[in-house]
Ligand binder design. Structure first.
Ligand code: AMP
Ligand code: GLY
Length: 420
């Protein structure tokens, strides 16, 4: 098979790596890809959001399967356009991807179908929002309706912070059209877990649990990032909690989507908070998470291409999805300054050294390869993943090798998986 993966970060590198293990695959393309991906796939200079460019390329190269990984092209309907042209594509269509693309949609959806989530109100008018904020409890959470590169959620501790968040969304348009409508919701507390699930809209198969680390500094301090590390499984996600989630969250969600004529085929990601009053959904994502994918895919034993094909054909129930009963941990190495301003183009040294070790994987997030050398090309640069018997051992493995990687101004969190 010829496969095209759309995207160019660490998640896509992990996907390309896993796809490359499939005996069904003869050639992999990735658009736009990155330096690490170029070792496994032919990288094509087409943007992940260029729907016409991707569809034309897939047609010309007779691609057998396109895997659309990032949120934007899914929300824009890339899978719909590929399908219209007779090209098989993995990922939800536009009607289903709205579960991530609009928080107003997902909150109203959860309310309608009694899926546990934080209490909320929707506003499309600044004055009404401010009136509400004068009378609510703090902290309170303010969310832009649409996609905002993971930055559209503000936790406000008092009215002044809340007003600023509303003005940033609705007046200053920090998130463009995404902030024209906002959700104001109850602040929840508890451990957070990410449960990514394969689903064909009828059958849902959860992956092992994972925990993400969004803040830039140790101890969950500093601004939010695209994700500084992840590990699997989470100690908080007990069998009892899993049972509750399957019955009260996962199955009700896919059944309700089907009922709304929004059959969801792809990976559905449940961002959960395990509160004292039970698990609640913080957010849905319509795709693989980053960096959870870099921790999860090395644990997957089943051929991922078979899973993708079964989902497209709506026969996921036929597949036995098997995982190694192990732990995995991924730490992201970032450019100095990230998530704010940072420089690019520094040479990265030490990658080959690490790859000599078994059970360690390097997934590139933002790199370029030139004349056989890798250079930094993004805020998040590399993800170092280790697989082992337990969390303690994978923590040790990753952190004992990480200093072998060197690039100017590199920084990373030292506590991924340390204090859980
Ligand atoms: P989201 O993009 O919706 O997952 O939100 C980003 C982060 O904001 C989450 O991972 C949580 O840490 C935090 N968050 C979102 N909603 C809430 C909430 N209702 N209460 C407390 N924290 C929240
Ligand atoms: N790890 C969170 C996300 O992919 O949105």
């Amino acid at each position: 098979m010829n496969i095209l993966v759309v995207g160019g970060g660490g998640r896509e590198h992990a996907l390309v790596w896993k796809i490359s293990k499939s005996p069904k695959v003869s050639k992999i393309y990735c658009a736009p890809g990155n330096g690490g991906i170029s070792d496994l796939a032919e990288c094509i200079d087409i943007k992940a959001t260029d729907i016409n460019g991707i569809v034309d390329f897939a047609e010309e190269k007779e691609i057998d399967l396109v895997v659309v990984a990032p949120d934007d092209p899914l929300a824009m309907g890339m899978v719909d356009e590929l399908t219209k042209r007779g090209i098989r594509a993995f990922g939800p269509n536009k009607r289903a991807a709205i579960i991530e693309g609009s928080k107003v949609f997902s909150k109203n959806f959860m309310k309608k179908y009694n899926i546990p989530t934080a209490d909320f109100q929707v506003f499309d008018n600044r004055e009404d929002a401010i009136y509400f904020l004068k009378h609510c409890n703090y902290p309170v959470v303010i969310k832009a309706d649409g996609l905002a590169l993971g930055k559209g959620v503000i936790i406000a501790n008092d009215l002044t912070e809340a007003k600023k968040a509303v003005d940033d969304c609705m007046i200053n348009k920090t998130f463009g059209k995404s902030g024209e409508r906002i959700v104001i919701e109850e602040f929840l507390e508890g451990p957070e877990v990410s449960i990514l699930c394969f689903t064909d809209g009828t059958t849902i198969v959860p992956m092992p649990s994972a925990q993400d680390h969004k803040r830039v500094y140790d101890g969950d301090r500093g601004p939010n990032t695209g994700g500084m590390g992840a590990f699997s499984p989470s100690i908080y996600y007990t069998e009892e909690i899993e049972k509750f989630c399957i019955k009260n969250i996962f199955i009700p969600t896919i059944e309700a989507m089907k009922k709304e004529d929004r059959l969801f085929k792809g990976v559905l990601y449940f961002g959960l908070m395990l509160t004292d009053n039970g698990p609640k959904v913080l957010e849905y994502n319509a795709r693989f998470g980053d960096p959870e994918t870099q921790a999860l895919l090395p644990l997957l034993e089943t051929d991922i291409v078979e899973i993708f094909e079964a989902i497209i054909d709506e026969r996921l129930h036929e597949i036995d999805v098997v995982w190694q009963d192990k732990s995995a941990l991924c730490v992201i190495l970032a450019s100095g300054g990230y998530p704010k301003k940072y420089e690019k183009g520094y040479e990265i040294k030490g990658i080959e050294d690490i790859l000599k070790h078994e059970n360690i994987f390097i997934f590139h997030s933002g790199t370029k390869k030139k004349n056989g050398k890798y250079y930094t090309a993004g805020g998040r640069v590399l993800g170092i993943t280790a697989v082992g018997d337990n969390l303690e051992s994978v923590y040790k493995t990753v952190y004992s090798h990480i200093e072998k990687i060197k690039f100017k101004d590199m920084h990373y969190r030292k506590d991924i998986g340390k204090k859980v």
